[in-house]
Design a protein around this ligand. Structure first.
Ligand code: MG
Length: 194
């Protein structure tokens, strides 16, 4: 019998942690948005797998290292233990079309709104024996490119008003999420789990 799972794909900056206006490269710059930890814990208790999907072109731009990005994700995991919860994976895209680099050009199809990171997570789950049911899975983010990525990947989508809050831009570009929430907590408690 195949094991079907449902997944919450979460953008990072502006969705889980506060968008500081500049690149988040250190633990000091990484602060959870209010109630984000509680929200992730609730989603996990309800049976969702949690996967972070984040563009980290700071690597291509030379303003962050792979080590720094991976340390932030370790730090996120540490913070989530305070809420007795965890995430299943973090996928980041290091590349940027304006900053080509032979080390990360192979990742270019991963940069949101491309769906490469979602597809890779789905493939990794499959390798572990789990089939992602995309129709009961969600993508949550604060930008148009998050909504577009989720739509392209066949997921249900939520835009949050934290971070960049591109609600107006979504309407202008007719890239319409299934739901718009004030923050991650409201997205999860007021829509996904309701
Ligand atoms: Mg964001």
């Amino acid at each position: 019998m195949p094991n079907y799972i449902k997944v919450l794909f979460l953008d990072r900056d502006g969705t889980i942690n506060e968008d500081t206006g500049s690149y988040v490269a250190t633990r000091e710059q990484f602060r959870l948005i209010e109630r984000a930890g509680e929200a992730i814990a609730l989603a996990r208790e309800a049976g969702f797998r949690i996967v972070v999907v984040t563009n980290q072109a700071g690597i291509a731009r030379g303003i962050a290292t792979v080590g720094q990005v991976e340390d932030i994700h370790l730090y996120l995991s540490e913070l989530l233990t305070l809420y007795k919860t965890s995430i299943d994976g973090c996928y980041y895209c290091p590349s940027h079309p304006d900053f080509p680099h032979p080390d990360d050009d192979r990742y270019i199809q991963c940069r949101k709104p491309e769906t490469g990171m979602v597809d890779r997570a789905v493939a990794d789950f499959l390798a572990d024996g789990f089939i992602v049911d995309r129709s009961s899975s969600f993508f949550i983010g604060d930008k148009v490119l998050d909504v577009e990525c989720g739509l392209r990947a066949g997921l249900r989508t939520v835009l949050v008003r934290t971070g960049h809050n591109e609600e107006k831009l979504c309407l202008e570009q007719q890239i319409i999420p299934d739901f718009i929430a004030d923050d991650l907590y409201q997205a999860i408690t007021g829509y996904i789990l309701s």
